[in-house]
Design a protein around this ligand. Sequence first.
Ligand SMILES: *Cc1c(COP(=O)(O)O)cnc(C)c1O
Length: 402
Amino acid sequence: MAHDETSVIDSGTPASATAPPRTIPFGRPQLDEAEKRAVMDVLDGPTLTHGPRVGQFEADFAAFTGAEHAVATSSCAAALHLACLALGLGPGDDVLVSAQTHVATAHAVELCGANCVFIDSERKTGNIDVDRIEAAITPDTKAIALVHYLGFPAAMDRITSIAHAHGLAVIEDCAIALGTTVEGKHVGLSGDVGCFSFYPIKHITTAEGGMLITRRADIARAVSQYRAFGIDRNVVSERPLPGMYDVQSLGLNYRMNEIGAALGIEQLKKLPGFLAARRRNFRALAEGLADIDGVSVLGASQPIEHCACYCLVMMLDAWLSSRRVALIAALNSRGVGTSVYYPKPVPRMTYYRRKYNTRESDTPVAAWISDASLALPIGPHVSPDDIDYMITSIADVIEEVR
Ligand SMILES: *Cc1c(COP(=O)(O)O)cnc(C)c1O
């Protein structure tokens, strides 16, 4: 399945010769005539980059989230990298990073030459274990980079008060949390920056793309500059002749283009409906799984009225997790797409294990999630009938592999 970012497991690929009665991929972008028309409008016009649509998408995204500043980027990984650059992270600096996250959260830190110090997850939600943060802070610690895992909001009140007490910056990886609010405040706005992804199976898509939001004008300005070769924006608008500009710093090309922004503008209009479907699906699937022996739902006790509900992570009891490979194969052969979020805690990925000599026992909860879980689809492509089919299939398949 092309859009399974973990690429560990093929989603919904029939393993048997007989086709399953249904195919429910782990993720599927929701695009229709509105997106096609918006893209064709771009192609019919003269402007593929530096046009009005990126600015409009940024304004729409800022309005949706309530952010003072929104800067569109070529991906979430790019937004995270820009955030680390704008915060001035570099060699000699340590950043506390969620152990259970996409590798992009940690890579952004490493790409600036700073070091990661991994913090284990809490069992309840998989989010960063706040009780472990203070003990990990040293004079070299400059920031905290955390993920809102599966859309469950991390405890930002406690995290920001620790950060303030120690003078640390906070980067929120909101790649799978678009639509999560806490007391009306969107995730990404409690810390210094929030970064979002528009990869095809995320909440909305621009094919590839990302967004950075911040309350801080200085960060927005620095990020805008790093995003486009270090060209000073004011100098650009004040340039005396076309093509004449100055460069005062290093920079990258991490811009979004007009085609992506045209998609994003249309997708954002549909987001409230997508979120309602995700919450409905999460509730129905969690309810059905509650009656099945051997499994539990990560975050089952969390209120989800304001949660982005990215996917449902089903935890397997020990006896069942030893049969996970067979379970996945049997579900996939019935057309039920699955994934693993995430396949290894970041400190167990080879690059990090080699660099930091990390041990399994350092982050046991993150390891438990990676090793004993299975992620199930709850996106807007999944119908209530699909959920019933998934529940029946999971119950049957557990009996089969028992
Ligand atoms: C998908 C994802 C990313 C990477 O997003 P891209 O837009 O593909 O760069 C980063 N962080 C998390 C938590 C993700 O799930």
